[in-house]
Design a protein around this ligand. Structure first.
Ligand code: ADP
Ligand code: MG
Length: 398
């Protein structure tokens, strides 16, 4: 088992005054009609930015947004992000239209200490996702120090998350440290009973996390599309449900192994099924797991939701990734909602990670009731799997 080294050097451990500091942030926020729809990730980056500004650094921010794949896409420019950041910081934010190059170097040269600028979307550059050393060097030349505060992108080895550290001293930002400490606490020193809730579309994305939680947790509650593959492994007919047939054998082995582990793994005892995934489409609840042809399981049933909620109510710590049904399409959000309310009511320390489950909690207005919401999706999962994330590995140790 990998033991995470918490002893990363942070911005607070070194002198930052009078330095040009390149900060990789994760401003990959949802935009709708050119407006920032959810500014959580921007707000989470404020402590590091404010710290650097207050200590007299020149702050050069870099982020990606969406998947422009090395090309300039007008709708993925960071101008709306700069606008929102400026409002939140209550400071002017200079927004550049380039990521690297002479105009960027000139803008950095004239930037005052204690002021901030934002580079253009780093993924407009072909070198970013290739972790091209030339791009890393160009970014590094802008600064004296590199700070990685982009936990949500720490599982990607890109020029602005990893390569740049070949050319500059690299330290952790405050959000990065908060994520590492909190997520580590869940796995190194959990409150017990530790209840892990895992849902989402595909079991194949999450096999390693399931394996890990089977060793760590006291209860593993499975729902969402991934539950179907486990039910298939128990011999249930699933009709037209999402099932990953190439994973059934592996799922079966996991269920067998769980008999030997401390963890009790629970599968849905009833399912909500429909013919069509569309709002208010007619549905049925079935109790024996046999889904007819033409029907698909799209949510856990109410019996399962009640049983899972009871287990959650006795937890000391809760870890949750992935919604338990097709929460985007009502009424198939109900299983997720019931569990979300149980987690919100519970006194346990609750940690939630994953783009969709966080979106579900937001839409239910319950995210404020969760002890810690990770800014990572894939990064959080890989962290829990026990993998060393490349964007963390490159940070200096104390
Ligand atoms: P997260 O982002 O929280 O990690 P995932 O991305 O793994 O979650 O999965 C979210 C997706 O899973 C949602 O789009 C949801 O509609 C889908 N999903 C959940 N349950 C089912 C199901 N029974 N059948 C098909 N898709 C499902
Ligand atoms: Mg997702």
């Amino acid at each position: 088992m990998v033991v995470f080294d918490l002893a990363k050097v942070t911005v607070q451990d070194i002198e930052v005054g009078g330095k040009r500091v390149l900060v990789r942030v994760d401003f990959n926020v949802p935009l709708i009609g050119g407006e920032v729809k959810d500014d959580t990730r921007i707000r989470e980056a404020l402590p590091t930015i404010r710290y650097l500004l207050n200590h007299g650094a020149k702050v050069i921010l870099a982020s990606h947004l969406g998947r422009p794949k090395g090309e300039v896409k007008a709708e993925l420019r960071l101008d709306p992000v700069a606008g929102r950041l400026s409002e939140l910081l209550n400071e002017p934010v200079i927004k550049l239209d380039q990521v690297v190059g002479d105009s960027v170097a000139a803008a950095v040269a004239t930037l005052k200490y204690g002021a901030v600028l934002l580079l253009e979307n780093v993924r407009f550059e072909k070198g970013e996702e290739k972790n091209d050393p030339q791009m890393s060097r160009q970014l590094a030349e802008l600064a004296d120090l590199y700070v990685n505060d982009a936990f949500g992108t720490a599982h990607r080895a890109h020029a602005s998350t990893v390569g740049v550290a070949d050319f500059l001293p690299a330290v952790a930002g405050l959000l990065m440290i908060k994520e590492i400490e909190t997520l580590t606490r869940c796995i190194d020193n959990p409150g017990r009973p530790l209840v892990a809730i895992l849902g989402g579309a595909k079991v194949s994305d999450k096999m390693n996390v399931i394996r890990r939680f089977l060793q760590l947790a006291d209860w593993l509650l499975i729902g969402g599309g991934m539950a179907n593959t486990f039910l298939a492994a128990q011999g249930c007919a699933l009709g037209d449900s999402l099932v990953e047939s190439e994973r059934i054998a592996e799922a079966k082995k996991m269920l067998e192994d769980s008999a030997k582990s401390r963890c009790r793994i629970l599968l849905p005892e009833d399912l909500l099924i429909t013919r069509e995934i569309k709002a208010d489409s007619p549905y049925r609840i079935i109790g024996d797991g046999a889904v007819e042809e033409g029907w698909k399981a799209v949510d856990i049933g109410p019996g399962t939701a009640t049983r899972y909620s009871r287990i959650v109510s006795e937890a000391q710590m809760i870890i949750w990734n992935g919604p338990l049904g097709v929460y985007e399409v009502p009424p198939f959000h109900r299983g997720t909602e019931t569990l979300a309310r149980a987690v919100a009511r519970s006194d346990a320390y609750s940690v939630v990670g994953g783009g969709d489950v966080v979106a579900a909690l937001e839409s239910l207005g319950l995210s404020g009731e969760i002890s810690f919401i990770s800014t990572g999706g894939g990064a959080t999962l890989e962290f829990w799997e026990g993998r060393e994330l490349p964007g963390i590995k490159i940070l200096q140790e104390k």
